[in-house]
Design a protein around this ligand. Structure first.
Ligand code: NAP
Ligand code: MG
Length: 403
């Protein structure tokens, strides 16, 4: 088989621990034998973030913006214990947070449904993609616990200090709590645009849900912005593709999800998306079967697996144990990036190869070669990571031979 050529590179962001090991194995077993892989490599491993004072994360984000497509391995978000473990000079920010804010992007998480692994909800036949607005609300709120009985007010001043609005929230006793949260029009607009663009590129319906019956100004603002953007910018394209946009109250959306067969995108506010994405991923089987893509409002894509660096298995691996990591979501990060590169560069053979790898993964699982996380879900024995990858490679070769 002739190696496939790429017209333009992908930004490649390497990472940490177990996923860094598996990252290399995926490239060696599934990519390099078949593609003349062209990447701009950025080492986001924690040691190199320390060495470059995190400049490498900024350079990598710029590369994704410039090249349009990136693929990222999981990375450690340092805490106090990691600071000591790696001798860090500073608690570097989460690379994902840096990249997300530089791209002004929205994260879409989509479960991978494999043969023989049934979702816990029996009506679900197709993946449910969750889009989380990862900005503001309770994640950037001001909070206060009352020390004395008193009155809580919501006060808004203009830049000169004139009070434009003051309203009483409640009379409080000591021990009571209050919170002030916000969001920005720009951020909501970017979120909505990313959701509409993603729905068009996936060819799937889009739901957006909030609680505007209760929150008549705050949540209603989200609803209005989505509706305005839909009417003015996206409706014609949605109709042309035969897909729908609908607003739903969050509670009726939650109920609707349970009775649906899947196959759509559910856009959620920050907290709802935080909770629902974990619920959806658990109900679809395994965090290792959850793919994730960051999409900017101007159409730049960064693909990754939703899971982290799998620290527990890494320490066992370092002790010489053979471990069973499920590489599927990481493989789908690569195939997502290669397929997008192929689409943008008009190299259909690259996109077709990406789809062939995905099919090979599904065939491998369907044939009963599964990793430890899936084994109990389908009553099979667990294969180790390399055995799984080599089986996927065989299935790619079978497809190539059949062509
Ligand atoms: P994690 O790495 O996702 O692992 C949590 C558990 O899920 C593992 O202990 C393992 O469970 C299971 N698991 C996850 N991926 C798996 C796979 N591919 N195959 C098999 N099992 C898998 O989350 P964490 O332990 O909370 O975080 C570890 C590090 O990752 C932290 O430093 C965190 O900052 C970082 N992190 C990075 C990202 C990112 O870069 N996107 C996301 C999340 C976390 P068992 O082995 O116990 O069954
Ligand atoms: Mg969460």
């Amino acid at each position: 088989m002739e190696p496939i050529r790429m017209k333009n590179p992908i930004a490649e962001l390497d990472g940490d621990e177990m996923t860094r090991i598996v990252w290399k194995q995926i490239k060696e077993e599934l990519l390099l034998p078949f593609v003349e892989l062209d990447t701009e490599y950025y080492d986001l491993g924690l040691e190199n973030r320390e060495r470059t004072r995190d400049q490498v994360t900024i350079d990598a984000s710029e590369a994704i913006k410039r090249l349009g497509v990136g693929v990222k391995c999981a990375t450690i978000t340092p805490n106090a214990q990691r600071m000591e473990e790696y001798g860090l000079s500073k608690l570097w920010k989460s690379p994902n947070a840096t990249i997300r804010s530089m791209l002004d992007g929205t994260v879409f998480r989509k479960p991978i449904i494999a043969p023989g692994i049934s979702p816990l909800v029996s009506s679900w036949r197709k993946p449910i993609t969750i889009a989380r607005h990862a900005f503001g609300d309770i994640y950037k709120a001001a909070e206060y616990k009352a020390e004395e009985p008193g009155t809580a007010e919501l006060v808004y001043k203009d830049r000169k200090g004139n009070i434009l609005s003051a309203s009483k929230i409640a009379d409080l006793d000591s021990g009571d709590v209050i919170m002030g949260q916000f969001n920005t029009e720009d951020s909501i607009r970017s979120f909505a645009a990313s959701c509409f663009n993603y729905a068009l590129s996936a060819g799937e319906d889009l739901w957006f849900s909030a609680k505007d019956t209760i929150s008549k100004i705050y949540d209603h603002r989200f609803r209005d912005i989505f509706e305005e953007l839909y009417e003015t910018r996206y409706k014609a394209d949605f109709e042309r593709l035969g897909i729908n946009y609908r607003y739903m109250l969050i509670d009726s959306a939650a109920a609707g999800i349970m009775r649906s067969e899947g196959g759509f995108i559910w856009a959620c506010k920050n907290y709802d998306g935080d909770v629902m994405s974990d619920l959806i991923s658990a109900a679809f089987g395994s965090i290792a079967m959850m793919s994730s893509v960051l999409v900017s409002p101007d159409g730049k894509y960064e693909f990754e697996a939703a899971h982290g660096t799998i620290t527990d298995l890494y320490y066992r691996y370092k002790n010489g144990e053979t471990v069973s990591v499920n590489p599927t979501a990481m493989i789908f990060a690569w195939t997502g990036a290669l397929a997008k590169r192929g689409e943008l560069d008009d190299t259909p053979e690259l996109t077709a190869f990406a789809k062939a790898i995905e099919k090979a993964c599904m065939d491998t699982i369907g044939d009963g070669t599964v990793t430890g996380d899936l084994a109990p879900l389908c009553g099979r024995k667990a294969a180790d990571t390399l055995t799984f990858l080599r089986e996927v490679r065989k299935h790619i070769e079978i497809q190539a031979g059949g062509r």
